[in-house]
Ligand binder design. Sequence first.
Ligand SMILES: Cc1cc2nc3c(=O)[nH]c(=O)nc-3n(C[C@H](O)[C@H](O)[C@H](O)COP(=O)(O)OP(=O)(O)OC[C@H]3O[C@@H](n4cnc5c(N)ncnc54)[C@H](O)[C@@H]3O)c2cc1C
Length: 554
Amino acid sequence: MFSAKLRQQKIEELNMYQFDLVVIGGGITGAGIALDAVSRGLSVALIEKNDFASGTSSRSTKLIHGGLRYLKQFEVKMVRDVGREREVVYENAVHVTEPQWMLLPFHKGGTFGPLTTSVGLRVYDYLAGVKKGERRKMLTADEALSKEPLLKSEGLQGGGYYVEYRTDDARLTLEILKKADELGALCLNYVKAEDFLYKNGKVSGVEAVETINGTKVAIEAKKVVNAAGPWVDDIRDIDSTAADKQIRLTKGVHIVVDRQTFPLRQPVYFDAPDGRMIFAIPRDDKAYIGTTDTFYDGDPAEAAAAEEDVTYLLDALRHMFPSTSLGHSDVESTWAGVRPLIYEEGKDPSEISRKDEVWESENGLISIAGGKLTGYRKMAEAITDRVIKSLEKDSHKKFGKSVTKKLPLSGGDFGGSKNFPRFVSSMALQSEQFGLAPEEGRMFAQFFGTNAGKVFEHYWKRSAEPHRDGLPDVLAAVVSYAMEDEMAVTPSDFFIRRTGDLYFHIADVMRYKEQVLDYMGKHLNYSEEQKVRYRKELLEEIDKATRFGRGMPQ
Ligand SMILES: Cc1cc2nc3c(=O)[nH]c(=O)nc-3n(C[C@H](O)[C@H](O)[C@H](O)COP(=O)(O)OP(=O)(O)OC[C@H]3O[C@@H](n4cnc5c(N)ncnc54)[C@H](O)[C@@H]3O)c2cc1C
């Protein structure tokens, strides 16, 4: 079970066995590798120094996409490989990915013209193997304006219309980890790799520390994979045989605004005045806009939106949607992520390739970085193939081929996209037996997929007990589920990676932060010191997200 209440037991287990594989890093790359490996029969442990997905994997543009713009850089193979994965990621996790028709407007003198858009999107359809109903359409200027009336009409020549998939990056990562856990992988957050164990000149495990209580663990493993994203070079530094630094970081910022002030109807991929491309994407009653792309040399954990990032995005927005007069005070929240890119001499941030890279040191440590959220499964398959090759060479054991192409993630067991609407309707009906309104049941089913039943049970248990903690029952049920089934340890884990509320419902965070802290503290036995620390941590996260917008909401 993936419960924060079982942490102590899991920590002891880390010390107990020799695993076939230890993965360092609980972002989407590490999560994908853990799932691929455990589903092929390897014994697997995964450690994450902070919360799962707290690195880049909760701070992306949250799109499962092939990266249309990379066609301009002739990254044909990457667009094909990643583009083809969109459908696979979608079908295995329909509850966390949603097809969205994207509008690519073209104006006189812009990056894309009618011909380049038409050809580019057709090539994209072909490379990405896009299914019939989702192939690109070309729109006239009037048609583009009727899809999105906020668009700049001056110089508008038309638009390309094509499908991408919107996701929640952190929840996608969690659903992968929950599936890996279900199949027997031991995945733990708040465990930091500090050193390697060596035997006969080869890496034979990891020395780590559980950062909440300071417990040291020595995890023995036949193979170790470093999937530490922006920190991949730091881990390679610990292993004395790794070569020079390979990673260059670039920062990407997003801003969130309310759709009452910016009534965006649909996703748009548009030119910024400097020729870069930017997304504006509606999500419920908010819209988010991003991203920037600038070199970053600071601590990846501290990456935050700077005033000039917010100004840049607002300028771009007003340029493409001139009827809006959005300013800093309309920005409700922001987030910033850093891309671990493979260093290429003399290139601008946006020109550096997004492809992944794998290194293996003389000691046998495998490191992987770069790539995209979208391509996580293929990357995981390639790494596990490599691990298996090494394991099979050293023993007589045989492992099978990757099965993840048709392996639904946790919450995805309703038989693919065609069954999802029926499943959601049936859960809405079922939820009434637990005392929920059908709309609440529907919302849970859409968010948690086939795990919604467990959230219903948390709700039922809670409503049967007397309580006076000031938390609405629906919210309390989601917090309970997050602690007991998704290993949420702190309120920041809950408000950022389990729900995304810090970005998309900041008012709720402000309203219920103390109640959630108390509730989690009671159930997870926080010490006074922990309570103070977690409160401070959440306030810092709120400050980071709101600093250059409308300021700290009350
Ligand atoms: C602004 C931005 C927008 C993006 N948009 C998209 C998009 O729309 N679609 C898409 O497909 N891709 C997108 N990407 C790329 C995608 O987000 C990344 O490729 C992906 O999230 C990288 O995941 P990762 O697991 O390699 O790294 P991370 O998510 O950073 O995970 C690495 C983990 O390792 C942990 N770690 C580090 N050191 C240690 C240690 N010593 N011990 C234990 N754990 C450790 C870290 O805490 C971290 O959680 C975007 C990236 C950025 C920055």
